[in-house]
Design a protein around this ligand. Structure first.
Ligand code: 13P
Ligand code: SF4
Length: 333
């Protein structure tokens, strides 16, 4: 452990995590399991995490499932293997717990696309509108919202709003456009997007589907409209996972972050899953670089040192909790 608190502070600021050497010969998965017991900690992991992290999770799921589980945790520590807004959400809905994130720099392009100052000005242009925000946003944006949604329950959340009310939807314009189509409700959209879901290539997906006509094309609603228009099923990560288990096809082209393929393959060992092709052949663009900042080593170190920890001030927690609770109280699945 680094004894000097200001050195710790400096390292966390610079790297987003603490760099300390590992004991020789350590088996990280067993060491992490032991730490969970020793520290009375619960590990929540999103489907976009590396498979070895998913395998260690006490709860593995999509954003909605993980938010619900975070609210129920009775253990002392919540370790969130996901991105910053997810760990923040856990802290907001269960504020007495210590919430840890293996790498503080695990952010999100959607959350980054919506700075609170700009959003506050945008809201002033539509003072009568109900503000619905996708959970992929900062605590400050949640505090400026009336109700939060995830991709699993967004349609139900929009449908819960009286028909005569104007709606602002932020920050994802792609999910927003999809929701306008699904619900028939006009909405004022914030122009944010997910770098991973915008990277898919429409032309290459078409070519792949032509080469394998039996393959079903399925997509996450953060994808762009032309991609969604050719999808045979659109859903959240949990929705996509459910679909491939219930559907009778053998092959799927999957347009979402490639981490979900691990659980799909586990649930359906005899089926074939192909990550949807991206525009740029030189990058691993169907992987979220933010999600993939978390590694087994960082997860282990974060549990040993109980750092980095998510801190939020009390007033912000109180303001941001209300729109999350409104969503949870709708009882959506
Ligand atoms: P869901 O897990 O809610 O489908 O969201 C996907 C996502 O992009 C999380 O960042
Ligand atoms: Fe954010 Fe997109 Fe990564 Fe999800 S996949 S965390 S929306 S950048």
């Amino acid at each position: 452990m680094i004894d000097n608190p200001s050195l710790v502070e400096q390292q966390l600021k610079k790297n987003g995590y603490l760099k300390t050497p590992l004991e020789k010969g350590i088996h990280l998965p067993s060491a992490i399991q032991a730490l969970k017991k020793e520290k009375n900690a619960v590990l929540l992991a999103h489907y976009y995490q590396e498979p070895e992290i998913q395998e260690l999770a006490d709860f593995l799921g999509d954003s909605l499932y993980l938010a619900k589980k975070a609210a129920e945790v009775e253990a002392d520590i919540i370790v969130f293997a996901g991105v910053h807004f997810m760990a923040e959400t856990a802290k907001i809905i269960n504020p007495t717990k210590k919430v840890l994130l293996p790498d503080l720099k695990a952010g999100c392009s959607l959350a980054d696309s919506c700075p609170p100052g700009d959003f506050s000005e945008f809201k002033k242009l539509h003072p009568e509108a109900v503000v619905v925000t996708y959970i992929n946003c900062s605590a400050e944006i949640k505090a400026l919202s009336d109700i939060v949604c995830t991709s699993s329950n967004a349609v139900q959340v929009i449908e819960s709003i009286p028909k005569d009310r104007e709606i602002i939807f932020a920050p994802d314009k792609n999910l927003g456009k999809y929701l306008i189509k699904e619900t028939g409700r006009p909405m004022i959209l914030w122009e944010g997007a997910c770098i991973v879901h915008e990277a898919f290539s429409f032309d290459k997906i078409i070519a792949l589907a032509k080469a394998d006509p039996e393959a079903q094309f399925i997509a996450h609603p953060e994808s762009e409209s032309p991609v969604l228009e050719i999808a045979q099923y659109i859903g959240s990560t949990a929705g996509l996972l459910r679909y491939v288990q219930e559907d009778s096809s053998q092959t799927y082209i999957v347009a979402t972050e490639a981490g979900i393929l691990h659980e799909m393959q586990k649930k359906c060992p005899d089926k074939k899953f192909i990550p949807a092709p991206v525009e740029d052949d030189t990058c691993a663009c169907s992987e979220c670089a933010f999600m993939k900042l978390n590694t087994l080593e960082k997860l282990y170190n974060c549990m040993v040192h109980e750092l980095p920890e998510i801190h939020l001030n009390k007033t912000l927690i109180e303001k941001a909790r209300k729109p999350i609770e409104r969503m949870l109280n709708l009882g959506t699945t």
